[in-house]
Design a protein around this ligand. Structure first.
Ligand SMILES: NC(=O)c1ccc[n+]([C@@H]2O[C@H](COP(=O)([O-])OP(=O)(O)OC[C@H]3O[C@@H](n4cnc5c(N)ncnc54)[C@H](OP(=O)(O)O)[C@@H]3O)[C@@H](O)[C@H]2O)c1
Length: 275
């Protein structure tokens, strides 16, 4: 089966494409340079020529802080770009898999979010991703909206790598009042393959199992990597001023699709190239 991946050169895309190939798919890697999802005519032409049997839409504006100031650009890419793909997929009857986020939720629940829970984003990035979800729901008959969270991988900026880059710091403050599910890109990619093979239609959550605070997560990263974790100190979100609000609790019920976040993190660190 021929699948087209948007955002193929992003953090998820770079891990997803080889996993799709290993699973027997023919992969069309559409990076930003050869496919700009905001340009409807170009996207339509590209898809009409490639004629994929599935589209995996990983391209996005992912700078959560940046979206607060650069809302128009975030909307253009995450909402309009996704709407372009959704309309074209509907016309050509191509199933669309859209990668969304835990940041569509407001974090006021006290038990894991399930796919049918009502989104209510607390930051602009989350709002633009929700508009993308709505575009998929409005236009596509065959679709899968996959919400993931706290993504990390070898090919992009993420919490694990940013923390490891600070391994020589004497004091690092990390918030202990944001609870979520860290997810390794490889686990998500394997989950996406499963969704395609099962022809899943609808909204689902694919994220690391269990839950943790950013602080506990940071401690585990240093401990497992053999770095002194006593330099990591807990703090509250209010003390750590950021432009974008973050949900306090964005744990999602992952229906046991992925392993516990700690087990996956250990594998990631074991496979991580030496600095
Ligand atoms: N990272 C997380 O923690 C996280 C959490 C939950 C959900 N997600 C979702 O997971 C998906 C993958 O995220 P990621 O971490 O892999 O993001 P990423 O590394 O930022 O990759 C996104 C890719 O999209 C491309 N892109 C941006 N604008 C584009 C446009 N107009 N047309 C085509 N491509 C464009 C970017 O290219 P350039 O760099 O060249 O602009 C980049 O290669 C996204 O949908 C994201 O919203 C991520």
């Amino acid at each position: 089966m021929r699948v087209l991946v948007t955002g193929a050169k992003g953090m998820l895309g770079q891990d997803l494409c080889p996993i799709l190939e290993d699973a027997g798919f023919e992969v069309i890697e559409a990076g930003h340079k050869n496919l700009d999802i905001t340009k409807f005519e170009d996207v339509e032409k590209y898809i009409a020529e490639a004629m994929p049997e599935y589209i995996l839409h990983c391209a996005a504006y992912t700078d959560v802080e940046g979206a607060e100031d650069d809302f128009d650009m975030a909307m253009l890419i995450n909402a309009k770009g996704t709407e372009n793909l959704a309309k074209i997929c509907a016309n050509y009857k191509i199933p669309l898999i859209y990668i969304s986020t835990d940041y569509v939720f407001d974090g006021t629940k006290i038990s894991p979010y399930i796919p049918s829970d009502t989104p209510n984003p607390v930051n602009k990035y989350g709002l633009t991703k929700l508009k993308g979800e709505e575009a998929v729901l409005n236009h596509c008959e065959k679709y899968c909206i996959i919400r993931t969270s706290w993504l990390y991988g070898h090919h992009g900026k993420n919490f694990v790598e940013s923390l490891l880059a600070q391994k020589d710091n004497k004091s690092i403050r990390v918030v202990d009042d944001q609870i979520g599910c860290p997810t390794w890109t490889i686990e998500l990619a394997n989950g996406i393959v499963r969704m395609i093979n099962q022809h899943t239609n609808g909204i689902c959550h694919i994220c690391g199992g269990g839950e943790t605070s950013r602080y506990e997560f940071a401690k585990e990263i240093f401990n497992y990597a053999g770095i002194d974790s006593s330099v990591i100190h807990p703090c509250k979100s209010e003390e750590f001023k950021t432009k974008a609000n973050r949900p306090k609790y964005s744990v999602m019920d992952n229906n046991k699709i992925c392993r516990h976040w700690r087990e996956a993190l250990h594998d990631y660190l074991d496979l991580r190239p030496e600095d």
